[in-house]
Every structure is written in structure tokens, then in C-alpha cells.
Write a protein of this length. Sequence first.
Length: 339
Amino acid sequence: MTQNTHPTLGEFIIQKQDDFVYSSGELSRLLSSIKLATKIVNYKVNKAGLVNILGEYGEENVQGERQQKLDVYANEVFIDTLSQREVVCGIASEENEDYIEIPCTTNAKNSKYVVLIDPLDGSSNIDVNVSVGTIFSIYRRISEPGTPVTQEDFLQPGNQQVAAGYIVYGTSTMLVYTTGNGVNGFTLNPGIGTFYLSHPDMKIPEDGNIYSINEGNYAKFPAGVKKYIKYCQEEEGERPYTSRYIGSLCSDFHRNMLKGGIYIYPSGTNNPNGKLRLLYECNPMAFIAEQAGGKASDGFHRILDIQPTELHQRVPFFCGSKNMVEKAEAFMQAEKDSQ
């Protein structure tokens, strides 16, 4: 049997610990807890058709969305696992109205990190066996260690993230993350339950030929977005582009990361400010995109420079290949200037 020469996720984290500005071993423990929760959720996702975990839970989350059973399960798993490692002082989840304070035990009283998480992205796809994911974001707290965590610890602009990542539960399960020194992807070997480095130093192509947007909302899109879509569909040069939309941000983003493309969820849909949440989805994906050479914007401004004002704030989102995002921004700005 051939020995696997790729480093495991645990080995890689230790090898790269010195690249992390706050190197102290805490980040390794935090990422290890995310890795453990990922494997637990992956196990349930892969059994979803065999056990009673498909379908709606029967309640709405804080966003007014119908919760799926796996939404609730994944949320509980990540919160429980992160709470046990004594390196996190607070957790905010897309599924919870308010943040969760982790009590300061003797060993955890100096915990420096808060985690924001979308436990199961794309959960409406669960019942039809389409890829779903998890998105996470890590910040250093700004309040004094040893004191109760505050809302201000979570309402930090994305440029203050110390780590972010996503997991895709698909044909294979992949964990992709950055600590501000590039982006690396790890694939789970289900036979032994270990993540191996499979996609080192990931880069988003500067150009692409895929645009990902729910065109069913076309009538409600801003004029700049409509004109960009028409641009993508024109027969000229490398165009028309290909339209690909899964409805799971992790999956759409991951495909565009590998192949080159743009993901757009604009304002003017059923949600005036777009559907995606700044803290749980846009900031972590923007951090990863920029670290991979891509770009993320609300159509006019850099996502990572937006100052959050509430935990469940929504923003328009344009993310992916740098040149494609800049072209979309140009259409948005031109339309704004013409008004």
C-alpha cells in the first residue's frame, strides 16, 4: 500500500504556526475543534437519506427562514465542540439571534478568540442531495480577556479576521482555510477520518467564464447588475460566459475558486440589501477570495472594509475573479453616475 506523502491538516497547522502573527498554539486547538465538528457533521450529512434527519425542523431561525433538521444539528455540534476547547470566549451563529458567551473557567479565562459561523450553508439543498457547506470566521476579541465577551467583539470589520474558512460536503469533503498567508485546501479521507493537503496555495484565476447568480430574480436586480448579465451573455471574445448557480454559497464559491468566475447576490431581490450576511458569509469568503488573488465587493466598496452595525446585517455580494468583479463594479458605478 502506497504511503500518503501529503501532510495532514493537523501537521500542516503545526508546520505553519509561525506564519500566524499570534502564534501560541491556541489557533491550532481552535482549528482542531472545527476539524472535529466538521467530521461529525459530515458523518450525518452522508447518512441524511438513511436516518430521520431530512426535512424541516418546524421552526424559523432569526432570519425568518425555515430551519432544516440538519441546520439545528450542525449548529449544536459546532457550538458544543468550540465551547469545549477553552480557547473561545464567544460564538455567534447565523442560526441564533444573539451571540453566545462562553463562561470563563480557570483555564479559559484568558481566551482571546471569538468565532462566527454559518453551520450549514445551502441547507435548502439537503433534501435533494446537493452539496452543502459550513463557513467560519475567527477574530481576536477587543474586550479585555477575563471579562464577559461583548457585542463589539463580533462587530469588527472583516479586515480584522485572523482566520476564515469553509467546508464543502460534496462528492468529497473539503476544508479550505486561510490565516492571512494564502489559502490551502484539505480533502477528507473517509476511510481513516483524516484531512490531507490536496490543494496547496490555492489561487483564483484573474479571469473566468462563469457567472453565478439566481437569474429568477432578474426583474428585481439593480440596472447595473442587469447590464452586467447582458454583457456576460453577449457573443464577443471569450463570451458568452456560462451560467452556473447551485444555491449553496460554499459550492458556488468553491467552483469559481478553482475554475474562475464571479458569484453575485445583489440588492433588489426579495431582500432590499441582498440575502447574504456580512459576518457569517461575506466577510469570511471575502478574506479567502483576497488571499487567493480574487476580489470581493458590495458593488462599490471592499467587503472587508465595511463596519458592521448588527450581528445579522445583510449586504450585496460580488465575489470571485478579480477582473470579473471589477467589470461588474464598473457597470454598477456607471449606472450610479447616470442617475
